[in-house]
Design a protein. Structure first.
Length: 318
């Protein structure tokens, strides 16, 4: 996979797009009237450029998306976006610069040196390499790179002014991770509550207030829950964001920095009443004085679903 260079002041050009030799209409268009439920929402798939495992995972995910939504929809709406290897900096540092575009627009690099997780970029040595040796070691390097890759795609969606964006990590269809079939992606978007910032598509425990029931074009019954209870659920391999998501989050990041991206969203910003009515952070601790959750988050479940992959799919255990 080849990804083009990125400029700080512009939307990145996505040079890797799916191409198909023949047209395939997909199962949904054969079942639904007027193509209802066929993908029409931008999808970003995050993949590491030099990873053969990611290449195989993404290929299988594209096949499944095409199976349900057809080759034309996948070609038009699905984009492969670059994972970020922080240990290789300053190589491809432009990806991190773009990920921090909203922050660097209002803060000097020297001003973010004390912000959690942003200091990795700010406090590099004179050669542009990471100055903290622990940050270059797994698993911390993976977690930091993961955060920056998601920041990159949030910024890209924000710059493109998309109303809704689906974001998938390369291993999103792993049986241990995916909570709904990919046939339902557009149906979830179409049935999303007006107030949503984020909807998790991952395999999660039941919890929260039931907001809606609906069926996708393949007949799969789905339940959408509003996340209102504090928990320690993590995982950010598949989710949907609205236009309000990064408008809110960028304000928080500029003031307070970031965190390990999945737990930061799932176990903190989505569920903990740690903010006042103006969105000002008060405290994470229970009874710390906060009254409001920062983000309006949901998760969708398909009862009895388990993702099925090929025998040679590189699962998390391989």
């Amino acid at each position: 996979m080849i990804f083009s260079s990125h400029r700080l002041t512009s939307i990145p050009h996505l040079s890797f797009l799916p191409h198909f030799r023949t047209r395939y209409d997909g199962l949904i268009s054969k079942k639904s009237k007027h193509g209802a439920g066929v993908l029409e929402t931008p999808v970003y798939i995050i993949a590491m450029e030099q990873s053969t495992k990611d290449a195989r995972r993404v290929a299988e995910m594209l096949e499944r998306l095409m199976k349900y939504h057809g080759s034309a929809a996948v070609k038009e709406h699905v984009h492969i976006t670059p994972g970020i290897n922080i240990a290789a900096w300053p190589e491809k540092i432009e990806l991190a610069e773009y990920a921090l575009k909203s922050v660097l627009a209002v803060r000097k690099v020297s001003e973010i040196g004390g912000l959690p997780w942003l200091e990795t970029y700010a406090n590099r040595d004179k050669h542009g390499k990471i100055s903290n040796p622990q940050a270059t070691q797994f698993p911390l390097s993976h977690h930091i790179g993961c955060l920056y890759a998601h920041l990159h795609d949030w910024q890209m969606s924000f710059d493109a002014q998309y109303e809704t964006t689906v974001i998938l990590e390369s291993d999103a269809i792993d049986p241990s991770l995916l909570g709904v079939e990919l046939s339902s992606v557009q149906s979830v978007v179409d049935n999303a509550p007006a107030d949503f910032d984020l909807i998790f598509l991952t395999n999660r425990q039941k919890g929260g207030k039931l907001a809606k029931k609906f069926t996708d074009p393949m007949g799969n019954e789905l339940k959408l829950y509003h996340l209102t209870e504090q928990d320690e659920e993590a995982g950010l391999s598949s989710y949907i964001v609205s236009a309000t998501f990064y408008k809110k989050l960028r304000r928080y990041i500029v003031e307070y920095g970031a965190d390990m991206v999945d737990a930061w969203l799932s176990a903190k910003l989505c569920v903990k009443p740690a903010f006042d009515k103006n969105g000002k952070f008060v405290a994470w601790e229970e009874n710390g004085g906060g009254e409001y959750r920062y983000l309006s988050c949901y998760h969708v479940q398909q009862e009895g679903f388990r993702s099925v992959v090929s025998d040679d799919y590189p699962t998390a255990s391989r």
